[in-house]
Structures are given as C-alpha cells and as structure tokens.
Design a binder for this molecule. Structure first.
Ligand SMILES: [Zn+2]
Length: 435
C-alpha cells in the first residue's frame, strides 16, 4: 500500500487532517520506522482508543521478543549506549545504539532520538518497535516510544558498560570502550560523503589481540606507540574482518601507562574462529588435506593484481600476465575446515625455491601444474600452525596467512588439547587461555 493510502485510512479512522497525518507518517518512515509501527504510533498520538492504556503493547521478557511482534514493552537494564551520526535521505541523524538486558537475555536497540539513556539505567521501554536484523529481533525506540526510569535495579547477568577486550569485539558492537596501544597509524584523505575527508587508518592492540582502526574525526591522541583509552567506538565489518571505528562522538584519552601488547594471536579451533564471522589476527592449527586449484604458478593482471586465466582479466581484458606464486590449501582441525592462502613469500618457503626456480621447473616439465604438485607433496597430510586474517563470506572461510609453519608437537596431542579447551567447564570462552 502507498503512503498516501495509509494516510487516507488513518485520517478517516481518526477523524483528523489527512495532510497532517501524511507528513507525520512520512517523517516516521524516513526514520526507518516500519509502517505498521508508524501507524500505531500515530493512532496513539491522535488519541485513538481515548489514549487509555488498553491499547498498550504487552510487557514481555527480553528473551521472548520475537521478530513477529509488532510493538512490545520491556523492562531492562541499559548495558551500552553508542552515539553516532548517520546520513539518512540527505539528513544527518544522530542515533543511539547499544544493548538492553534483563534476567532472560539481551537485545540490540536503536534509539532514533535522545532518550537520555545511560549504561546502568533500568528502564521500562513502552511501545518499542521490533525489527529484524540478520534473523534476530532488535528494538526500535522512536517517537511513539516511552522510556520510564525504574528505581529498582534488575538482576542482570551481563556486564554493564562497554569496556571490552579486543578479542571479544564483533561487528555490530556499539558503545565500545577499549584500552589499546596504537601499533600503526597513517593519515589518509578519502572521498567522503561531504567531499575529501581526512581520516586516520591504523592497527591497535591489547594483550588479547589486535584490530584495524579507522578514526573518522582524527583525534590527536591517536599516535604511533601511544597507549590510549577510547570510549564510544563501534565495530563494523570491513573487508571481512571486524574494524574499530572512532567518530566525532568518541573520546580518546592518552594513558600514562603502557597497554601491553601480546605477541601471540588468540588461538582458536577452526570452528570457533569461523563462528566469529571474521578475526583480524588469529592462530589455528590443523592438517592440510588438499591443495586447491589456483595454487602454484599463477598469473596476475598487471593493472589490478587479480589472478587471471589464459591472459584474460575480467576487468581489463587481454593483458600480459605477471607470474606469481600462491597456495590455497584446505586446513582441517577436526572441528571445521577453512582455506589458507599463502602469498609468494610463504609459498616459496613451502615450495623450497623461488619464483624463478618454479618457472624453471615448469619449463623443464613443459607443464606449469608441476609446481602445485610439488607443493602438494610437501604439505598435504602434515599439520601446520597458521596465523593471519580470517574472513568469512558466503563462499566460506579464508585465512590470509602471515605465518605458516609445520606444527612441532604431534597432531593427536594438539587435537586433544584443543578439544579439552573447548570442553573445559567454566571456561571464560575469551582470551588466549593456555598458550
Ligand atoms: Zn585486471
């Protein structure tokens, strides 16, 4: 149904001016409020049902909020509040996002106006819209929503506030606070939504891991080697891995103590690593069970660097390919599999020769495939420990290796150790664990 029809229907139901209703509807919809919720909100505004409480949505536990619910009311503790600005239909909107929790569970929310929420507040959110995001319900706090502050505290198992270790951050986390050391940082100028914009790109680390960082409103305190506390950052996925985003609403403070940086990447089973949806720096160990097609001696487009076949780049057409070495190997640790990608340097290590040696071998055999066969002989059936960036998409999990070495201890022991770690009772499920 068109907006006009909704407005017509509402106006005649409520006996109010159609244009006025239409403007209100348009406004709510422009704030991403679902149409049904917008209509309910207007029915309340214009006094349908005498403004009594009989029309109020039912009070539910957080765990019972369902994506099929229209509107709900919940009483919950505010865990996090992240503030950021988004460009929506040409306007800059400041929104507030985070998590609410009660004893039964927690849920993400987006507040389209400032309700004054603070972490630790216990609130009754009345008439919040429910929307679906990646299959899960989320709460929409909009114009038609009421927020009442409760005196009594709820017994909530989750930690209040956004303090987090890097290893625990996931794309979608809001209102995040971290204490990190800046490992690398550089200034870049990008084509922003308002023209050329200076940003900072870098990598930060704490004892548990490291993450790429983008500062959209460069803060002086973010300098190489500095230890800083960053408040109100958010995490989004960039090139398949989580990335920490700092904005004009974030605060960055230099710390007078150094945040220790771990040398090791967090070690996970393949299943646990894949389950995170992407990790910037992780270590896994497993058996190479197969070297995939597209390994060994390959050709790349000189323009874009993509791997080409028969001298044809998908973007640049007929090109003079450049020789390169690469391995795409399937690694299996008994919990799941992923594809490990080795660059030229790591491939030369496992091949036991340089690119020139590989070209010689291919010439002698009059077959470029022999290089991949030599590599397969060297790695298939052996156990390797791999560190790198893990990205996960619809085609599977890919670990872009920065380190690749044969595992020293026998595979059977390693597998047992990993499984024991997974099954360990009361494990914190978080950082490095035994390493
Ligand atoms: Zn190309």
């Amino acid at each position: 149904m068109e907006l006009d029809q909704h407005a017509e229907e509402l106006a005649s139901d409520l006996g109010v001016d159609r244009e006025e209703v239409r403007a209100d509807l348009e406004n709510l919809v422009s704030y991403d409020v679902p149409i049904d919720e917008a209509k309910q909100s207007l029915r309340r505004k214009y006094g349908d049902g005498g403004g009594g409480d009989d029309a109020a949505p039912s009070q539910v536990d957080v765990a019972d909020v369902d994506t099929d619910d229209g509107n709900v009311s919940v009483t919950a503790t505010v865990l996090t509040v992240g503030k950021r600005s988004i460009r929506y239909q040409g306007d800059d909107l400041v929104i507030y996002e985070g998590e609410l929790a009660d004893a039964t569970g927690k849920i993400d929310y987006t507040a389209w106006q400032d309700f004054g929420l603070e972490p630790g507040d216990t609130v009754t959110v009345g008439n919040a819209g429910v929307r679906e995001w990646e299959g899960r319900p989320e709460l929409n706090l909009s114009e038609g929503t009421t927020v009442g502050y409760a005196d009594a505290d709820l017994d909530v198992p989750d930690e209040v506030g956004g303090d987090a270790d890097l290893v625990d951050l996931r794309a979608g986390d809001r209102g995040v606070n971290v204490e990190v050391t800046v490992l690398e940082v550089e200034e870049r100028t990008i084509d922003g939504r308002d023209g050329p914009t200076d940003i900072l790109d870098g990598v930060v680390a704490d004892e548990t891991g490291r993450l790429p960082l983008t500062d959209w409103d460069p803060h002086d305190a973010i300098g190489e080697g500095e230890s800083v506390r960053i408040e109100n950052a958010y995490v989004r996925e960039f090139r398949g891995v989580p990335s920490l985003n700092v904005t004009e609403f974030s605060t960055v403070e230099r710390l007078d103590r150094a945040i220790e940086v771990g040398d090791e990447a967090p070690r996970m089973t393949v299943a646990a690593a894949v389950d995170t949806g992407g990790v910037y720096d992780v270590t896994v160990a497993g058996n190479v069970i197969e070297v995939r097609d597209g390994s060994g001696l390959i050709e790349r487009c000189p323009e874009c660097g993509r791997v080409i076949q028969n001298g044809q780049c998908r973007t640049h057409g007929d090109v003079e390919g450049e020789d390169d070495l690469r391995v795409k190997a399937i690694l299996d640790d008994g919990t799941a599999t992923l594809t490990v990608v080795l660059d030229r340097g790591l491939t030369e290590d496992v091949y036991g020769g340089t690119l020139e040696d590989a070209l010689d071998e291919a010439r002698d055999a009059m077959d470029r495939e022999v290089v991949a066969e030599t590599i397969a002989d060297a790695v298939v059936g052996r156990e390797f420990t791999v560190r790198g960036h893990l990205s996960v998409d619809e085609y599977g999990a890919t670990l872009d290796a920065s380190e690749f070495a044969e595992t020293a201890d026998p595979p059977a022991d390693r597998a047992k150790e990993l499984l024991a770690a997974v099954d360990a009772p009361a494990g914190d499920g978080g950082a490095a664990g035994g390493g």
